[in-house]
Design a protein around this ligand. Structure first.
Ligand SMILES: *[C@@H]1O[C@H](CO)[C@@H](O)[C@H](O)[C@H]1NC(C)=O
Ligand SMILES: *[C@@H]1O[C@H](CO)[C@@H](O)[C@H](O)[C@H]1NC(C)=O
Ligand SMILES: *[C@@H]1O[C@H](CO)[C@@H](O)[C@H](O)[C@H]1NC(C)=O
Ligand SMILES: *[C@@H]1O[C@H](CO)[C@@H](O)[C@H](O)[C@H]1NC(C)=O
Length: 773
């Protein structure tokens, strides 16, 4: 059957059906009826060039291809299935698959791919399934997937992603299932999943998410199944889950200690909720889901006293199936929740019930073991909570003045924030070499001794935000070489801590906002010191000068210098930052931007923010070199009367020119025309001459009298009027304070969705239910 249909297909579409059957490469085996070729495990370093052109399935598993170069599959344009698993592939060059417009399934699993470039998957216009699991992907470049408009399933599991940037999956217009399990994700940008309107299933289990990413998830309008299990979350607050169509939610194997009864109030369709293997001791009836069918509490230390009764009653009334068993009180231990009558869930007296509540920690070791299986005695410092299974320990806000010792050796997340350590001596964390994430925010620390973190070989995230550090010892981070994300914002550092971070060869993101840094010195702070630094945040310091060479870095992509005291463009300092993509200079006082100000970074820059700088003039040549690559430009709230020509910036998705006193006269005509011509919402207002002050550039008549303003009549003469509907640009990304929307909706402007800041994760609190029943 297959043979006939395939043959018929070929008779129609292949002009000359090759007759010779001798085209099978020596190391391969070919089936000329099924049109398959398999060259498996042959250590090939190239795709064999003599494969028959009519081949539809090509299996190259287990070779040694290393680099897939442009046009690598040119000889086999009819392929529908291509298997490249375990081929030692490191790089997929732009255009490697360009000739494969019929491939529906591509398997690149178990290779060594680390970056997904913008055009890596160009040409795969029929692709339905893409397997990229078990690689080393740590970066997805913008536009990596834009050509994959038919893709249904994308597997990126078992990679090294720590962060998903805005719009990462743009272009996946038919995606149904996105699999991101088994990465190291600890942060998802608010618009990370923007545009995925067809997505129905998302897997982000086995990652490092410490908080439910509410804002990010509520962009996913059609998702029905969400798997978040195996992430180190401790608490789910009100309205954490705001997903209108969600039916299945997996929050098992996390570290939940508490869950607000309103946590799911914005998930009305939820039918299956898996909370198994958390640390929930009791739970209130959940508001929101109207059709909840099952609630899995297996493996939680559920204490079946009067506090559990409302949930039990609610479950009976609503027909919610409860899974799990009671761990206590003793006469109910091991009893399935579903089998306990609500009236048996009692607190014998107020005193006893309080005792029940507060003696929970003694139970596992005390005289009345709650279960028949003896529990392992949990090693945990006094006045801390350790969760062996979740590999999580917290002593948050317990008034410790010294770092407690004796955490379980497998602890991966250690939360010590809001204590009063003042000073952190050397070797403060013995026996914690499994800790990945260490929280020391708000600990009133003013000094960290050399070697304080020694031995923390797996430390990846370190939070030292909001302390009183004025300087850092050069050896402060000695012995923690994996440190990748370092938070030092909200201290009083007077200098860039160059020598301290020089011990961190893997440093990727450095937060130094809200310090007192006044200068960036020329000592090659970045390239020699932190070769992998990708994002540097210096917002809200007191920087007045940046020496040439201070920002030299071949790798730096994001630089925030906003809210400082710069008075000049730091052009010279950026001459060796050839990969800078995002630069924020807002809220400095740079009055004047000269010619070629961005020339050194013009080949890489994508987002440029220059709001509220008191800028009075931009040279006509200020933006020279910037072209289609630039996606965002903001100059809001300056004193500009004129603007340079923006028409070379054909890739703009976000532009903000508001609150500038533009001089609406003939020199501004090019801007006016540009505004009318682009499919972007651009608001620009006249500040002069006085009689039209406050009117929109787009609406005023002054330009009709300009020489050479022979424009089409409907553009200029009749105003105001919405410009013609144009093809919308790819959906614009949003940046704070920036409006952008496709012109399509211009007839009646929709209210721009308020860009609420991501709800800051509330420090997890274990609230005790104080109600007396
Ligand atoms: C595969 O090829 C490489 C060189 O291309 C060679 O060093 C290696 O020994 C080969 N392995 C096998 C199993 O043939
Ligand atoms: C409940 O959770 C347990 C433990 O994770 C699991 O084995 C079981 O299959 C779950 N039951 C249902 C109905 O989901
Ligand atoms: C800068 O930091 C100071 C002190 O933390 C704060 O009061 C101020 O609001 C911040 N300014 C901006 C623009 O963030
Ligand atoms: C208007 O846009 C078109 C294409 O989008 C471009 O070719 C043309 O030069 C633009 N005109 C002006 C005045 O910017």
């Amino acid at each position: 059957m297959h043979f006939f249909s395939a043959a018929a297909f070929l008779l129609v579409f292949v002009p000359s059906l090759p007759t010779e059957a001798g085209k099978c490469p020596r190391v391969c085996s070919c089936d000329s009826t099924k049109l398959t070729v398999a060259c498996v495990g042959k250590n090939l370093t190239n795709v064999p060039p003599t494969i028959d052109e009519i081949t539809v399935k090509l299996d190259l598993r287990g070779n040694n291809l290393q680099v897939l170069s442009r046009g690598a599959f040119m000889p086999t344009p009819y392929l529908t299935h291509l298997n490249l698993q375990r081929c030692n592939i490191i790089t997929v060059k732009e255009g490697a698959f360009r000739t494969l417009g019929r491939v529906v399934s591509l398997n690149l699993a178990y290779n060594k791919i680390d970056i997904l470039y913008q055009e890596s998957f160009d040409g795969l216009s029929s692709l339905k399934e893409l397997y990229l699991d078990h690689n080393r992907v740590e970066e997805i470049q913008p536009g990596a997937f834009t050509q994959l408009g038919f893709l249904n399933m994308l597997a990126l599991t078992h990679n090294q992603l720590v962060y998903i940037p805005n719009m990462a999956f743009q272009g996946l217009n038919n995606i149904k299932w996105l699999r991101l399990s088994h990465n190291s994700l600890n942060n998802l940008a608010t618009e990370a999943f923007a545009g995925l309107f067809t997505l129905s299933r998302l897997s982000v289990d086995h990652n490092e998410l410490q908080f439910f990413p509410t804002q990010t998830m509520n962009r996913l309008r059609d998702v029905t199944r969400l798997d978040m299990s195996h992430n180190p979350m401790t608490y789910l607050g009100e309205e954490s889950v705001s997903m209108a169509k969600l039916t299945h939610l997996y929050l098992n194997h996390m570290s939940l200690q508490d869950l607000s009864d309103q946590a799911l109030s914005q998930a009305p369709r939820l039918s299956h909720l898996d909370l198994s293997h958390n640390q929930l001791r009791n739970l209130e009836p959940l508001s929101g889901p109207k059709e909840l069918a099952s609630l899995n509490l297996t493996g939680n230390p559920v204490y079946c006293n009067c506090y559990m009764r409302p949930l039990r009653e609610w479950a009976s009334v609503r027909g919610v199936k409860l899974l799990g068993a009671c761990v206590g009180p003793p006469h109910l231990s091991d009893e399935p929740l579903q089998a306990v009558a609500p009236l048996d869930m009692r607190c014998r007296s107020r005193g006893e019930s309080l005792k029940d509540e507060f003696e929970k920690d003694d139970e596992s070791t005390g005289s009345t073991p709650p279960t028949t299986k003896p529990k392992l005695k949990v090693k945990c410092p006094v006045n801390c909570d350790c969760d062996i299974e979740a590999q999580h320990a917290t002593c948050e806000g317990r008034g410790h003045s010294k770092v407690p010792r004796g955490f379980p050796t497998k602890t991966q997340l250690l939360d010590l924030r809001s204590n009063h350590f003042h000073y952190l001596p050397a070797n403060s964390f013995p026996g914690t070499n499994q800790v990945v994430s260490l929280h020391l925010e708000f600990c009133k620390m003013h000094e960290i001794e050399s070697g304080a973190f020694r031995g923390m070989r797996n430390l990846f995230y370190l939070y030292l935000s909001d302390n009183d550090l004025t300087s850092l010892d050069p050896g402060a981070f000695a012995g923690a070489p994996e440190l990748t994300y370092l938070h030092l914002e909200g201290n009083r550092l007077a200098q860039f801590p160059g020598s301290a971070v020089a011990l961190l060869p893997n440093l990727f993101v450095l937060h130094l906002e809200r310090n007192a840094i006044s200068k960036l010195e020329p000592t090659g702070l970045l390239s020699s010191v932190t070769p992998k630094l990708r994002e540097l945040y210096l917002t809200n310091n007191t920087i007045t000068s940046i020496a040439k060479g201070a920002l030299d870095s071949a790798f730096l992509g994001t630089l925030h210098l906003d809210s400082n005291q710069l008075t000049e463009m730091p052009t010279h300092a950026l001459s060796e930052a050839p990969n800078l993509e995002e630069l924020s200079l807002s809220r400095n006082s740079i009055r004047w931007v000269g010619a070629n100000a961005f020339q050194p970074i013009s080949q890489s820059l994508k987002r440029l923010y220059m709001d509220q700088m008191g800028m009075e003039k931009m040279s006509r040549e200020a933006l020279v070199g910037l072209g289609p690559r630039l996606k965002a430009l903001t100059v809001r709230g300056n004193q500009l009367e004129e603007l340079p020509d923006l028409s070379p910036l054909t890739g703009l998705e976000v532009v903000d020119l508001q609150d500038n006193p533009l001089l609406c006269d003939c020199p501004l005509l090019p801007l006016r025309r540009w505004i009318e011509n682009v499919s972007l919402e651009v608001t620009a207002t006249c500040g002069h001459p006085p009689e039209i002050k406050g009117q929109k550039v787009r609406d005023v008549h002054v330009f009709t009298s300009c020489p050479e303003s022979v424009s089409p009549p409907d553009e200029v003469v009749v105003a105001p009027r919405p410009p013609k509907v144009k093809k919308p640009k790819p959906s614009p990304s949003k940046a704070p304070g920036v409006k952008a929307r496709p012109a399509k909706h211009k007839a009646k402007p929709p209210k721009p969705t308020k860009n609420r800041p991501q709800k800051k994760p509330v420090a997890p609190k274990v609230t005790k239910n104080k109600k007396t029943l």
